[in-house]
Design a protein around this ligand. Structure first.
Ligand code: ADP
Length: 588
């Protein structure tokens, strides 16, 4: 058999809950504006800090590379001094020259030239020349640079001849396209003797300087290392890739001019501007010790700013995401609050409407009872012949009036009970009684009805003295309703009422019949108000559809439930399970 159990109704309503509040819209807008401003301000601060750190980092890296290259350049110059000092200490060449002058060494010019040239080529100089103190050439390299260099040597020779130390000359060749440096070594025939000759060695700076600049490490992929020197009419510039050139127009080398000015104090200077190739760059200049040269390390601003750009993009994205999330969160919370508020208002309206309906129902039902009782009373008087004799037709009509009035009164009573139960105004009144006492009442009322339909009417009471302390009236009404349904929906067979003990505290009252039963899909609906099973194969029975709804509410009032088991065409079993002692009786 299919089974269904009535469930207790939740009595909590929306009005029980505290009223949800929704703040004014301007407060949400203000909060969002403040939060967004804070997020954006934090983003800007983070980006600024990052930009500062990147720029400091760029300055540090450029300074380190410039000072490393300047140091290497100084080391290279020092090696030239060292070679010249070695030459100054030698006397062999001078002695041969002196012997040759005295006509004692005829092989000298050519043998001396061979030695001088081999030393020059081993040490990597572009020019070597041996001069008499008066500037006349004794021996000289026969290279393409010789003419240019040798023309300018006499000044250096005169300086070295009158000095005891190695003499250094910068810008030995001033043709504009090449840059030579030279060292002059005073040479004696014997230690402490007079200067007999001066050995000059010159080198084009471009070769070794470019090697040094190329091999130096650079902090940026497109970074550039350049060697700069101030000229009387502009700036001389030697870069890793380009030959030496002189900028005589100061504006075309503004970046370098500024760097030269900033490095005047001997410290590295940082400037930004356009490089000689026209690329916007940040540059750091470091002086080469002992010279007026500067090593300039530069990097394109584009490359320095690349990480700043991507960082800014990420921060912007993160800020936009945060602001977006904040806005959606704020709007979402407001929407939820609004919908809760609306739900609350709707529930309140609903509660009010239900209250009005219940009051209306109760009042109307109450007002109907009095005239109905009058109609029934007068009908009974007429039927009893107290107002004079009636013919058969009149009696028949009056009986129909009486039955209709009774049905109407039953409906009104049901409606009144239901409205009281709904409103919680159906007061439980507990009393002590036994199982057999209630069963007798039901039996006396229902047996005649069952017998009128030729149904067997069975009453089983397993424990006649089973004691109850609950609302007797409600229990009787439930049992009468279940029994009257059983009789009403059964045409043959039996109806049986059984009262049993269920554990120490509960009792089960079963009403079983062999009637038409209830289709399985309708079992769950029969407890609903005004619901009646209408099937073509079943005969239409009288009723209001309120009996089971009232019974199940009353069962709940008693702290119990009603369970239905039924099978179409076989029969039904309604079981009421209640505590034998009502909780209110327990409290008393
Ligand atoms: P009423 O009996 O006045 O119609 P009820 O609320 O008591 O109203 O019953 C609701 C419906 O449940 C009935 O109309 C009937 O279709 C079904 N029902 C109740 N009891 C039985 C039963 N014992 N056998 C078959 N159907 C029943």
């Amino acid at each position: 058999m299919a089974q269904w159990e009535s469930r207790p109704e939740s009595r909590s309503t929306a009005s029980d809950r505290s009223c949800p509040t929704v703040g004014p819209l301007w407060r949400l807008v203000l909060t969002l504006v403040v939060v967004s401003t804070l997020v954006i301000a934090s983003g800007v601060a983070v980006v600024r800090d990052y930009v500062d750190r990147q720029q400091e980092l760029a300055d540090e890296r450029l300074s380190a590379s410039a000072s490393d290259a300047a140091f290497d350049m100084r080391m290279w110059l020092d090696s030239g001094y060292a070679d010249a000092s070695v030459m100054k200490a030698q006397t062999g060449m001078t002695q041969r020259y002196v012997r040759w002058l005295a006509g004692e060494d005829p092989a000298f010019p050519s043998s001396g030239l061979d030695r001088m040239e081999s030393e020059r080529s081993i040490l990597g100089y572009d020019y070597a020349g041996m001069f008499a103190p008066d500037g006349s050439v004794i021996l000289a390299s026969e290279l393409d640079v010789s003419a240019a260099v040798s023309d300018l040597c006499p000044g250096l020779v005169a300086q070295a001849a009158s000095s005891d130390e190695v003499v250094f000359a910068d810008r030995l060749c001033c043709e504009g396209s090449r840059w030579f440096v030279a060292w002059g070594s005073p040479m004696r025939a014997a230690a402490g003797g007079p200067v007999v000759a001066v050995m000059v060695r010159a080198v084009d700076v471009s070769g070794p300087a470019q090697d040094l600049l190329f091999s130096a490490s650079r902090p940026y992929r497109s970074g550039l290392l350049e060697l700069v020197r101030p000229e009387a009419d502009g700036l001389g510039l030697l870069s890793e890739a380009d030959d030496f050139r002189v900028f005589s127009e100061p504006e075309s080398a503004e970046l370098y001019t500024n760097l030269v000015e900033s490095a005047d104090g001997g410290e590295a200077g940082v400037r930004s501007g356009s490089t000689a190739a026209g690329v916007p760059a940040v540059a750091v200049a470091c002086p080469v010790e002992g010279t007026d040269w500067l090593v300039v390390s530069s990097a394109p601003i584009d490359e320095i700013d690349a990480p700043i750009r991507s960082f800014t993009l990420w921060v912007t994205f993160a800020c936009a995401l945060l602001v977006g999330l904040g806005m959606s969160l704020g709007v979402g919370i407001r929407r939820i609050r609004m919908s809760r508020y609306r739900e609350h208002v709707v529930n309140q309206d609903l509660q009010e409407a239900l209250g009005v309906r219940e009051r209306l129902l109760a009042n109307v039902s109450h007002e109907l009872r009095t005239p109905l009782h009058s109609i029934m009373g007068f009908t009974d008087v007429l039927l009893g012949g107290l107002a004079g004799p009636l013919n058969d037709e009149q009696k028949h009509q009056l009986i129909m009036v009486s039955e209709s009035s009774k049905r109407l009164l039953a409906l009104v009573d049901d409606l009144l009970d239901l409205s009281k139960l709904r409103a919680g105004r159906f007061l439980v009144s507990v009393s002590e009684f036994t199982a057999v006492e209630v069963m007798d009442v039901v039996r006396r009322t229902m047996c005649p009805l069952a017998e009128r339909k030729a149904l067997a009417c069975e009453y089983v009471c397993q424990v006649p003295d089973l004691a109850f302390n609950t609302d007797r009236d409600m229990l009787e009404r439930i049992m009468l309703n279940l029994m009257s349904n059983a009789v009403k929906f059964t045409d043959e067979g039996l109806v049986r009422l059984t009262v049993m003990e269920d554990g120490a505290d509960h009792a089960v009252i079963e009403v079983l019949d062999t009637g038409q039963g209830i289709p399985v899909e309708k079992i769950g609906l029969v407890m609903e108000e005004f619901y009646q099973v209408v099937e073509p194969e079943y005969a239409r029975r009288m009723g209001t559809g309120l009996g089971l709804a009232i019974s199940s509410r009353m069962a709940r009032e008693l702290g119990g439930t009603i369970t239905v088991e039924s099978q179409s065409g076989v029969g039904s079993k309604f079981s009421l399970r209640i505590p034998r002692v009502h909780p209110e009786a327990g409290c008393a």
